[in-house]
Design a protein around this ligand. Structure first.
Ligand SMILES: NC(=O)C1=CN([C@@H]2O[C@H](COP(=O)(O)OP(=O)(O)OC[C@H]3O[C@@H](n4cnc5c(N)ncnc54)[C@H](OP(=O)(O)O)[C@@H]3O)[C@@H](O)[C@H]2O)[C@@H](O)CC1
Ligand SMILES: [K+]
Length: 476
């Protein structure tokens, strides 16, 4: 599990640790880790041309100390001071002692640089890059240098993952002590490049429950339902799918395809696309409806391709977990969802989330973390917000928000959401909690898309059929 903590928590842990260490020792740990990581990326330090962008805070201090270490190993290091009279005094002194120079012209040194260390702002920065930093950041990005963000790319919001102005696009980020939510969540995540965590001894001082977490293969392997010798199809769970319409029969087929790969023992389909479903997947149990007469299920999925057809409330009246997606989300009444005793999982994309929250799609996309938490609270339900970094939140901030790390932009294709809802519903039926079902489904779905795409456009059907490979991946 990759875990992230908000700034307030990181700072509190830092204070505890600093109190036990000699003056400046923590910053030296950070700088040493940063210098070692960047030396590794450079390959050859001796003779390399390095530019340190240093702002007025400790983030600039880290960058200057690391620049000093690289200068001592033979790199030619220049500093661009964004606030010359407020640069970190000890960091700057160490930098100059080591042979670093303050650049006369930032653009000259940036044009010739092999490596840029971005120490403009770290966890103390807010509101995007200030106007004087913008052209410098652009010149760094426009150069041929490898741009490494110190702690986080300057200009992003560490806690929310928002980008409130311009930010520096890094090739890699070296972060200290703990991940911050913005390093995992888009749009900020898109600025980080590969993220490396430097251990500065913070872990024992951090609380056990983080703010965000991202599953990894081993976590998913533990959560996946595996049949035992005692299992029969009913014990493994039956998932019911209420989807599709005369106009959108394909949504039913794709949701069933996802469900068949999710580990439930059987898939029941209820709706007008039964012939299409059976033609593709003869193993499906089909009926024309209504859902209440379809037979026992351990979880329902309702919504994909339903069009205007009613029936969502009927499904929500069942006392088993229900996943609501797509057309099922339209006009969904928070009171109905809140009154349910069994778990509910809502799976909107940004546009659907925007409609439920009464804001614009752009607002949801720019503040994904806030939006998913708000929706979960409003509906008293688990919410999976689809997108470039899919998020899964429980209501009441009870548990860390899960951030899916396996997404790929190829997934932005018609029908891929239908596959995801079937898959997540199947995991619900197999007994996973709504949060686990949503986040495990998103993880497998992303992995599967990588198999299916393999560098080229994919189809939703191929995502469904590649799910088998995704399962094998996480066990391998
Ligand atoms: N605590 C520790 O022991 C350790 C901390 N560590 C390091 O310290 C970093 C945090 O340092 P920090 O708290 O000094 O804040 P930091 O991110 O450098 O920037 C704040 C400064 O920038 C300014 N500013 C604000 N917004 C701005 C903007 N948009 N554009 C431009 N400037 C802006 C603001 O100044 P202002 O002009 O508002 O007075 C303020 O002075 C952390 O990320 C990590 O790298 C590690 O060494 C581990 C040990
Ligand atoms: K930075």
């Amino acid at each position: 599990m990759r875990i992230a903590y908000r700034v307030e928590t990181v700072r509190a842990a830092e204070q505890e640790l600093i109190a036990r260490l000699p003056d400046g020792a923590l910053m030296q740990r950070a700088a040493a880790g940063l210098a070692a990581a960047t030396a590794g990326m450079l390959g050859r330090v001796y003779g390399a041309r390095v530019v340190v962008l240093a702002g007025s805070g400790d983030n600039g201090g880290d960058a200057l100390y690391a620049g000093a270490r690289l200068a001592r190993r033979g790199a030619g290091v220049s500093a661009v001071l964004l606030a010359p009279d407020r640069a970190h005094p000890d960091g700057l002194a160490a930098f100059l002692r080591a042979g670093g120079r303050v650049a006369d012209d930032p653009y000259d040194v940036l044009a010739a640089a092999d490596l840029v260390l971005d120490g403009i702002t770290g966890i103390g920065g807010h509101g995007g890059l200030r106007p004087d930093a913008v052209p410098v950041a652009r010149a760094a990005r426009g150069s041929n240098a490898l741009v490494v963000a110190v702690d986080l790319p300057s200009g992003i919001e560490a806690d929310s993952g928002e980008v409130l102005g311009e930010a520096l696009h890094a090739d890699a980020t070296v972060t200290f002590g703990a991940y911050k939510p913005g390093l995992l969540v888009d749009p900020a995540h898109a600025y980080t490049g590969a993220v490396r965590l430097v251990d500065i001894g913070l872990e024992p001082h951090l609380p056990s429950v983080p703010d965000c977490e991202a599953l990894q293969h081993a976590d998913v392997a533990q959560l996946l339902p595996v049949p035992t010798g005692e299992s029969d199809k009913y014990r493994r769970g039956v998932v019911g799918i209420v989807a599709g319409s005369a106009r959108y029969p394909g949504a039913a087929v794709l949701a069933v395809a996802g469900a068949l790969h999710g580990g439930a023992g059987a898939v029941r389909y209820v709706g007008p696309a039964a012939d299409d479903v059976i033609a593709r997947f003869p193993e499906t149990l089909v009926s024309a409806g209504p859902p209440a007469k379809a037979g026992r299920v351990q979880a329902w999925v309702v919504g994909p391709g339903l069009g205007d057809a009613p029936g969502v409330e009927e499904v929500l009246a069942a006392d088993v977990p229900v996943l609501v997606d797509a057309d099922g989300l339209r006009g969904l009444d928070p009171a109905v969802v809140r009154d349910r005793a069994a778990p509910t999982l809502l799976t909107p994309h940004a546009g659907e989330a925007a409609a439920l929250l009464g804001v614009s799609r752009a607002e949801v996309e720019s503040a994904r973390l806030r939006s998913v938490r708000e929706l979960a609270d409003r509906y008293g339900a688990t919410v999976l917000l689809k997108g470039s970094t899919t998020l899964v939140a429980d209501p009441g901030g009870r548990a860390p928000v899960r951030v899916n790390p396996t997404g790929t932009s190829w997934l932005a294709t018609a029908g891929s959401g239908d596959v995801l809802s079937g898959l997540a519903g199947s995991l619900l039926a197999a007994g996973l909690t709504a949060r686990d079902a949503g986040s495990v489904a998103a993880y497998l779905h992303g992995l599967s898309a990588r198999h299916a795409a393999n560098g080229a456009p994919l189809t939703a059907s191929s995502v469904a059929s590649s799910l088998t490979n995704a399962w094998r991946d996480v066990y391998a």
